[in-house]
Each structure stands twice: as structure tokens, then as C-alpha cells.
Write a protein that binds this ligand. Sequence first.
Ligand SMILES: [Zn+2]
Length: 108
Amino acid sequence: MRDASASNKLAAKTRLVALVVLLCFIAITLFAEAFIITHADHNCHGDACSTCIQILNAESLLEQFGKVAGFLLIVGISLFIAIIVPFLPDLPEVYTTSLVSKKVRMDN
Ligand SMILES: [Zn+2]
């Protein structure tokens, strides 16, 4: 009983950490988008404009998050398929056999 309780506590902590990471991911994305939107029309000071530099940093961050999200989506779909496919029912015999595999001889 003690092991099951410790395992449940570890699973709960893991879920909590995953939730916090997800919330941070969402918050950073929203704040970066909000910064870009609110500062898109600013008084620009030229090449050394700190607002433009921060906008570029925010865009770079969002691009990196997009790549990570795409990667995680691909990994998630792959894992989903890998987990689901073994539990799918077998295909009907029509799709898995051929005349050659049944050794049908066609003499005509
Ligand atoms: Zn600027």
C-alpha cells in the first residue's frame, strides 16, 4: 500500500509540473503576442530602437515555440498511432489476402 501511495503522489506531482509548464508556455505566448500587437505602432528611433529589438525577440520566441509545438504535435500523433494500432481489430480477410497468397491457379 505504501508503494501505491508514493506512486500516486509522484504521478500527481508530475501532472502538476506538466500543468505549470503548459501554463507558462501559454502565458509566454500570449504575452509575446500582446507585446507585438501593442507596440507595433510605436515611435521608432531608427536602427537602435529598443522596442523594435524587443519585437524581433518576441517574434523569434514565437517562431521557436511554433517549431516546438509542431514537433510535439508530430510526436504526439506518432505515439497515438503507436499505442492505438495494436488494439485495432484485424482487417477483414478481403484486404489481407490475395489470389497469390491463397495459391489460386488461374488456367485460362
Ligand atoms: Zn522601433
